[in-house]
Design a binder for this molecule. Structure first.
Ligand code: ATP
Ligand code: MG
Length: 471
């Protein structure tokens, strides 16, 4: 309820008396003149003037009161009072009608304001969902808006800040001023951000808003993080460099031996045999390198297609085991298997054969001589999550391949699936390999949405792979 002071009515300070006096002034002056020239007696002139004052008060009072009520009503409305509460205090019909009209106008504008406010909020929310930082800039070069990504990038309150103070880069300053001075409509540049963690490189686009945009924003600055793209580019460059390097080494060995065979060892039978054997080894290495490279690119092409073959993992293991017989004998190795009763899965037959061949070949190659390799398959009801892709939910077959070899250091474990990565200790022992076997394995497992974990402790290394039973 409104208290007495808030009741709608004539205010003491409304100037009502002054207005009545001003309105009565012409009549008063005439009565004064008439009295001066003796046309009217002084008491009659005073009486007439008072009557005029009285009538003015009678006639002006209601109008003034109504105007006062309307004025007070509007000011109460603008300060948030509810309309019904105020309307109860108004008695005059005319005023009531006028106020009803004001009410509907007020409602119209309130709804409009609410709609606009909601739209502004949802626009801001949409901008916040953008993965890249976006800034709105005023004519003076101040940041007057930034999406969530932009705010997170600088981790401070950037509203109202001069843009060139947070990006202190000459190229950026020049581009921004060109836009703000109307000399250009769009500017593109690539710069590193020195004041941001990890100093990422950004592709920045500054654009003016279209002519129909009203308000303080004159330009929009968007940032695109190039870190990932540059990393990929670097990966690609490294890959090409590594592949060429790996090919160049055996090639130069072969060409060296050819030269020796043509010159100094021309008539040396023993040396010729030895050199030809080395050359054969080198060509064998080159062809397996090329085969592995081709294999990798083929697998990459299939990565988004789910496999459809029905395969039996246990049978594959048995087949590969017999194929390895000779190598196992050479190193006096034995393979102990403990296989699950069923090992039927939906997978790519050729690719899973490659996985098992690579892992069992590694186990044979890197195991200490005269030790035992153990292979176990079992059914599990979940695949451990992978860091970079979604694994397939549900039942899976887990294959553990364990061999004795020097414990692989923790920092190396994480890098084993990198292309061309090989343990220094194995390179020193002159154990041959392209360093692509595990990269192939991990790509195939990725295509099957499975996972691979490696454990290496107390000179025992275990590779565990998980393959979904169904796709
Ligand atoms: N079972 C294992 N025991 C110990 N170390 C291993 C084992 N498997 C792999 N490694 C280490 O991981 C490195 C990478 O293995 P990967 O299979 O990718 O390449 P590679 O065996 O050297 O070459 P390729 O497979 O082409 O013959 C190996 O060089 C070796 O150092
Ligand atoms: Mg290998």
């Amino acid at each position: 309820m409104l208290n007495d002071e808030e009741l709608l009515g004539i205010d003491k300070n409304s100037g009502f008396a002054t207005r009545v006096l001003i309105l009565s002034f012409p009549a008063g002056s005439i009565f004064l003149l008439l009295a001066i020239f003796d046309v009217l007696s002084i008491p009659l002139a005073i009486y007439s003037y008072i009557s005029i004052l009285f009538f003015n008060v009678i006639f002006l009072m209601p109008i003034s009161s109504e105007l006062q009520q309307i004025k007070k009503y509007i000011s109460k409305l603008s300060s948030g009072a509810t309309e019904e509460e105020l309307l109860n205090n108004i008695t005059e019909k005319e005023t009531k009608n006028l106020i009803t009209a004001i009410n509907s106008m007020h409602k119209f504008w309130s709804t409009k304001a609410e709609t606009l406010e909601n739209r502004t909020l949802s626009d801001a929310a949409v901008l916040d969902t953008l993965p890249y930082p976006l800034f709105m800039v005023s004519k003076l070069g101040l940041i007057i808006g930034a999406n969530l990504s932009a705010r997170t990038l600088f981790q401070e309150d950037i509203n109202g800040v001069d843009f060139t103070t947070i990006i202190n880069n000459d190229k950026f300053k020049i581009s921004l001023s060109k836009i703000l001075d109307g000399l250009s409509r769009k500017e593109d540049l690539t710069i590193p951000l020195a004041n941001v963690k990890n100093k990422p490189k950004f592709y920045i686009q500054i654009s003016t808003l279209p002519w129909f945009a009203k308000g303080d924003i004159v330009a929009v600055v968007s940032f695109y993080d190039l870190t990932k793209a540059l990393q990929l580019e670097k990966l690609h460059q490294d890959f090409v460099a590594n592949a060429s390097h790996e090919l160049r080494t055996p090639l130069s060995v072969i060409s060296g031996f050819i030269e020796t065979l043509q010159t100094s060892a021309k008539d040396d039978e023993v040396a010729r045999e030895k050199f030809l054997h080395i050359m054969q080894e080198q060509t064998f290495f080159m062809s397996s390198l090329i085969e592995n490279l081709l294999s990798l690119s083929k697998i990459e092409l299939t990565v988004d297609t789910p496999p459809t073959d029905k395969i039996n993992v246990n049978n594959l293991i048995k087949e590969i085991k017999s194929a390895l017989e000779l190598k196992l004998k050479e190193k006096d190795l034995t393979i102990k298997t403990k296989l699950a009763r069923t090992s039927q899965i939906t997978a790519d037959q050729h690719q899973i054969t490659q996985v098992l061949q690579n892992l069992m070949d590694n186990a044979t190659k890197y195991a200490f001589p005269s030790t035992q390799i153990s292979i176990q398959t079992q059914k599990v009801n979940a695949i451990p999550p992978h860091r970079y892709y979604d694994i397939k939910e549900g039942d899976a077959i887990r294959i553990d391949i364990e061999n004795n070899s020097t414990t692989i250091p923790k920092e190396d474990l994480e890098r084993l699936t990198e292309r061309f990565y090989r343990l220094q200790s194995h390179k020193n022992q002159n154990i041959k390999g392209t360093g692509l076997g595990l990269a192939i394995v991990s790509q195939i497992i990725k295509r099957h949405r499975g996972n691979m974990t490696v454990q290496s402790e107390n000179n025992i290394t275990t590779f565990s792979i998980y393959l979904p039973i169904s796709q």
